[in-house]
Write a protein that binds this ligand. Structure first.
Ligand code: G3P
Ligand code: CA
Length: 268
């Protein structure tokens, strides 16, 4: 008898959970004419090791619209795909990313920190991502840990010019460093650029709108009024980052242009 009651209890909990998810999925974009773009933050990084092939492949398979990835320069000026300034958190070694060459960074195991099943994932380079994924999916590329704005922008433009670049916003370059974005825009005015922001107000929006096609706010400041302020200035708005179900619920009914999430599969 207690086992039967326990069984019924488990079924009820699972049923309520499933209904909640279904309801959330159907109401989420009810007020939007169009669904926001779903941007896989560091790939499908909720489950797979961030910024790796495993995470990017999973995001493509989940039907995400964009891959978000973080890039920074190695000691020998190759753009490597990694978020932190050091390799400590996401590899089997330690040290500053820009203290190693591309070849040295390529030796690292970038998967085991997340789960032993992903042992052997290697750090990707930007050229590898552009060649492998641009034919399949759009890219939101964030430039991190910029030491020299002009040098980094010139190297990025040089790298992008090596690839056959699609029209429109299939590649977006974003950064928290607005000076970098403003300068990069002068080198490649046909590539859409975005500035990541932790606050939104009209003077900030007005100062960014001349060059930033995207003003991308942190989820905590992505109020309907702030989203509208950005969009009325003629910019698009990608909100970052949905890490949890609570984050996801927080964005329900809002009219942003895109959502960066660790779990693109929640939306597709
Ligand atoms: O897409 C925006 C988001 O990636 C910015 O934060 O720290 O995850 O790079 P972070
Ligand atoms: Ca990022």
């Amino acid at each position: 008898m207690p086992q039967l009651l326990l069984g019924i209890g488990v079924i009820c909990v699972l049923g309520i959970y499933a209904l909640y998810h279904r309801r959330l999925k159907t109401i989420e974009f009810a007020s939007n004419k169009e669904k926001p773009l779903i941007i896989a933050h560091r790939g499908s990084s909720g489950v797979y090791p961030e910024n790796t092939k495993a995470a990017f492949d999973a995001a493509v398979n989940a039907g995400a619209d964009y891959l978000e990835l973080d890039i920074q320069l190695s000691k020998d000026n190759c753009f490597m795909v990694i978020h932190d300034a050091t390799i400590d958190r996401t590899s089997n070694d330690s040290g500053e990313v820009n203290g190693f060459s591309e070849q040295e960074l390529k030796q690292l195991d970038m998967g085991t920190w997340k789960n032993a099943a992903y042992k052997g994932e290697v750090m990707m380079t930007l050229p590898e991502v552009l060649s492998a994924y641009l034919p399949k999916i759009s890219l939101l590329i964030e430039v991190k840990h910029i030491k020299d704005i002009k040098k980094t922008a010139a190297l990025l433009a040089e790298e992008l010019h090596k690839h056959s670049l699609p029209d429109g916003d299939r590649i977006i370059i974003q950064s928290f460093d607005r000076s970098f974005i403003e300068y990069f825009h002068t080198l490649m005015p046909d590539i859409a650029v975005g500035v990541l922001v932790r606050k939104v107000n009209s003077s900030l929006v007005n100062s960014l709108r001349p060059f930033a096609a995207y003003i991308n706010p942190k989820i905590t400041v992505a109020t309907p009024a702030n989203i509208e302020l950005i969009q009325k200035a003629g910019c698009k708005c990608v909100v970052w980052t949905v890490h949890t179900e609570q984050d996801r619920a927080r964005l329900a009914y809002k009219k942003m242009d895109g959502i960066a999430t660790d779990y693109p599969e929640w939306y597709t």
